[in-house]
Design a protein around this ligand. Structure first.
Ligand SMILES: O=C(O)CCC(=O)C(=O)O
Ligand SMILES: [Fe+2]
Length: 394
């Protein structure tokens, strides 16, 4: 079990150093621990978790508990999000990366945002801070757009409407989002009324908007958090008041097809990395990926295990904040992306947090005489902001 803590630091280089130490200790911990049972990424059909029977919901929660204490990764099917919504957002990721002119992307550069929102070119951030110091390291090949839901809480992106109390990562009462203009990429945010037949062709191609996807995934995230509560022997509504204006960063990612795709080979260092080894920062991630495989997760015996996309499923993984909150009971597992196919790869991770202004203490059901709390209380946004700062090229 990883017990490393992340210390809080003021400068960029201190933050990066702390993040590297943290990641190294996670990697070392992984290698040192013995495999108790097979390391698996199970498929969990959550359809019966929408049942009115608490017993049905608890049965799904038990499967979630099992996955979160093992690999920390699982696929979900039976989630209720239509295929059209899923293909639409992947198509939007493609449109953003391929159709938006370079100067329009530059205008949205993530370096202009205090909250890591906007367009991120391939080599702007390294999720594994050690990759900065590798002389001949190829840049990460991903390119992305980070967005967050602030506007939604005004009844825009959040189907529940929110409580109007959203606070940014640093606690500020501001809107950290940036959006491309609807003239440049119609239908991106969702405010655009499709009037003309020329624009309707996008709709006919099944292209919806961030708003549609974000709203549906936010509903799913809240549903999953209720199941997480049950899985941790807590009342089902334990997290409810902490999800009234939750942080949630949706990222549209594009991994170009590699020129020279390499098979996974433990004896060879990969030259072209899509996204370096890292763990996610928030509570959990809901990941949608296109059919090109590429996600690999680090097993406790220190080998990379491919976690290919399963038709119609989302991949869910525990992230560091939930690992910390559960006192290390739930595993936030190191993963990376290496596109080993000749196809482009698109993915849309949604990093779900509770309200960023929420203070949390280790969950009572995860503390015992044998496993006392390892972590002091912390504000959710403060933790995530520090982790984000460590990865950026400033
Ligand atoms: O693109 C993927 O499949 C995974 C992305 C990821 O791990 C991340 O953005 O943290
Ligand atoms: Fe990740």
């Amino acid at each position: 079990m990883a017990t490393a803590t992340l210390s809080y630091s003021s400068t960029q280089s201190e933050a990066r150093q702390a993040a590297q130490q943290y990641l190294n200790s996670r990697l070392a911990n992984g290698a040192a621990s013995k495999l108790q049972k097979p390391f698996t990424v199970p498929e969990i059909n959550i359809a019966s978790s929408f049942s009115s029977s608490l017993e049905d919901r608890k049965a799904v929660a038990a499967q979630i508990h099992e996955a979160c204490t093992n690999s920390g990764f699982f696929h979900i099917t039976g989630h209720g999000i239509p295929e059209q919504t899923r293909t639409a957002i992947l198509a939007l990721a493609k449109r953003f990366c391929k159709e938006l002119p370079q100067e329009k992307k530059e205008a949205l550069h993530v370096k202009n945002s205090n909250y890591f929102r906007g367009w991120e070119p391939a080599d702007f951030s390294y999720v594994n801070p050690g990759d900065w110091s590798v002389e001949d390291a190829a840049p990460e090949t991903k390119e992305g757009f980070n967005s967050n839901s602030y506007r939604g809480y005004e009844a825009g992106l959040d189907p529940a409407g929110g409580d109007g109390e959203y606070r940014e990562l640093d606690g500020a009462d501001v809107n950290g989002n940036v959006w491309p203009s609807e003239d440049d990429i119609p239908g991106f945010y969702g405010k655009y009324q499709i009037q003309s037949s020329w624009l309707r062709q996008y709709a006919n191609r099944g292209i919806e908007t961030i708003k549609d996807y974000y709203g549906q995934v936010l509903n799913l995230a809240r549903h999953l958090f209720r199941l997480f509560a049950l899985s941790l022997d807590l009342p089902e509504n334990h997290f409810e008041d902490m999800m009234t204006h939750p942080g949630g960063i949706a990222r549209l990612l594009y991994y170009p097809a590699p020129k020279n795709p390499q098979p996974l080979d433990p004896k060879q260092k990969d030259k072209e990395i899509g996204l370096g080894a890292h763990s996610d920062y928030e509570c959990f991630t809901i990941l949608l990926c296109s059919s090109a495989s590429g996600l690999e997760i680090l097993s406790p015996d220190d080998t990379w295990v491919p976690a290919p996309a399963v038709d119609g499923s989302f991949i869910i993984n525990v992230a560091d904040f939930l690992m910390r909150w559960t006192n290390g009971v739930y595993k936030s597992t190191v993963h990376r992306v290496v596109n080993r196919t000749r196809n482009e790869r698109y993915s849309v991770p949604f990093f779900f947090s509770i309200n960023y202004d929420q203070m949390v203490e280790t969950l009572p059901s995860c503390v015992s005489a044998e496993n006392p709390s390892k972590y002091p209380p912390i504000r959710a946004g403060e933790y995530v902001l520090e982790r984000l700062r460590a990865t950026a090229n400033e």
